[in-house]
Write a protein that binds this ligand. Structure first.
Ligand code: ARG
Length: 466
């Protein structure tokens, strides 16, 4: 025999047409049970709905249905207790559960696969699983949003420098800055909710790819499993992984947002900024430098974003060359999806308490805001209100900033007499425009940084995330 040197294996559910048992390496190479056993609970739920439907349609006897229900309940308990005997020779989660069901329920177990294929079965399992995970991620995002909103409410009037190009630009409030992230996470939740609609469609009934000859009731299965509807085309039903890619894209944006926030926390924690302290329990030390307190948690979150983006690209590449319908390539969708979910959930879990524990350092924020001529735009706006065209006001203030630089002080610290050299329109009332508090309070429109507006945004966010 050509394969004399290779190790041989036991018979499979599909080995009837083969003259040789599968090669031991091929068995290992093609098996997915090592990771897809994670889908066990959802595989069992799908099988229960399928069996009940087959019985209701007269394809399966009620005795068989009962034996299957009993067997699957026992298997669910074994899996939960960690007592289930997962075997690589049964290839995947579906083969393992079917083998065990047949041990427990005899021929009834061997009848369960009527009018079904692993192709529509696995697509159903992944969708059921992902739907649960989307709901869990949504809840975690909601928790993070609430932490941000609570901090924003507390610090609605706390002034810090806002940056563009990482240069001090204009004063903003810490609450307003945090609400920028709350807004991103609210968008992420809306995006996931939209993605969920396309996840929540039932493939079962498509069988291998063309449908089945049995008189099935797909709507009944959809109802029992909580799907919004049935997949419209059987070929698409077994081959579509758009929903997985969409989810990975949504998850990638969550990670972009977390990573940007992480980057800011890292900067803010650096003594050069000193804008925030985070509780010691989120920091770690150095094995050589005794003085160090490192922001490992935000750094890891920033680092972990890369693997999630990688999974998105992996899924896109997985799909682009596949002819219709199902191909074994699709087995490769699971590990990227699983790791995406695990990574996003861990990162969200680490951030909600971190945000709740943020201690902003008002003095350092104020000092920094007073070092960048942050109220220069306010002075220009003041001159516009006094009748000067904005371009001329910009020019006058730019010259005043140069004078402040020469004097080694902030624009707001220049005496009135000096300021008046740059425009005779400047009066005593300019003071309010030059202070940090006056600057933020003046941006008093929806979406602006005025403390009153931040409080209104907090109230809106609280309504939204309830
Ligand atoms: N383990 C397989 C997967 O994850 C299940 C479907 C197998 N179907 C097949 N025709 N080989 O995709």
């Amino acid at each position: 025999m050509a394969k004399a040197a290779s190790k041989q294996t036991k018979a499979k559910t599909w080995s009837g047409r083969f003259r040789q048992p599968v090669d031991a390496f091929v068995q290992r190479f093609t098996a997915s049970v090592g990771f897809d056993r994670r889908l066990a609970a959802h595989d069992i739920a799908g099988s229960l709905a399928h069996a009940r439907m087959l019985a209701a349609c007269g394809v399966l006897s009620n005795d068989d249905r009962k034996a299957i229900e009993k067997g699957l309940a026992a298997i669910r308990a074994e899996v939960r207790a960690g007592r289930f005997d997962w075997r690589i020779e049964d290839e995947d989660v579906h083969g393992n559960i079917e083998r065990r069901l047949t041990e427990l329920a005899g021929d009834a177990g061997r009848r369960l696969h009527t009018a079904r294929s692993r192709n529509d079965q696995v697509a159903t399992d992944v969708r059921l699983w992902l739907r649960d995970e989307i709901d869990a991620i949504d809840a975690a995002l909601g928790g993070l949003e609430r932490s941000l909103v609570a901090q924003a409410a507390r610090h609605a009037a706390l002034v810090m420098p806002g940056f563009t190009h990482l240069q001090v630009a204009q004063p903003v409030t810490f609450g307003h800055h945090l609400l920028a992230y709350a807004t991103m996470f609210a968008r992420d939740r809306a995006r996931l909710a939209d993605c969920r609609k396309r996840v929540n469609v039932l493939p079962l009934g498509a069988a291998a790819l063309a449908g089945t000859t049995f008189p099935i009731d797909r709507a009944r299965v959809a109802r029992e499993l909580g799907f919004d509807g049935v997949a419209a085309n059987s070929i698409d039903a077994v081959s579509d992984r758009d929903f997985a890619i969409e989810f990975a894209a949504c998850a990638s944006l969550v990670m972009v947002h977390l990573s940007r926030f992480a980057e800011e926390l890292i900067l803010w924690m650096s003594p050069r900024f000193g804008f925030v302290k985070i509780p010691d329990r989120f920091c770690t030390g150095s094995s050589i430098m005794p003085q160090k307190k490192n922001p490992d948690v935000p750094e890891l979150v920033r680092g972990k974003s890369g693997r999630v983006f990688g999974h998105l690209v992996a899924l896109l590449a997985l799909m682009k060359g596949q002819p219709l319908a199902y191909n074994k390539d699709n087995q490769e969708d699971k590990e990227p999806l699983f790791d995406t979910v695990d990574t996003v959930k861990d990162c969200l879990a680490s951030f909600a308490p971190l945000v709740a524990g943020l201690q902003p350092q008002a003095k350092a924020m104020r000092t920094a805001a007073l070092e960048g001529h942050a109220t220069a735009t306010d002075l220009a706006d003041y001159l516009v209100r006094k009748g000067l065209p904005f371009r001329d006001a910009h020019e006058a203030v730019a010259r005043a900033v140069r004078a402040a630089e020469d004097a080694g002080c902030d624009l707001a610290a220049l005496p009135l007499k000096v300021l008046q050299r740059f425009s005779r329109r400047i009066g005593k009332d300019v003071v309010r425009s030059l202070t940090l508090e006056g600057s933020v309070a003046a941006r008093d429109h929806p979406g602006g940084t005025a403390p009153a507006q931040v409080r209104a945004a907090v109230a809106r966010a609280r309504k939204r995330s309830r």
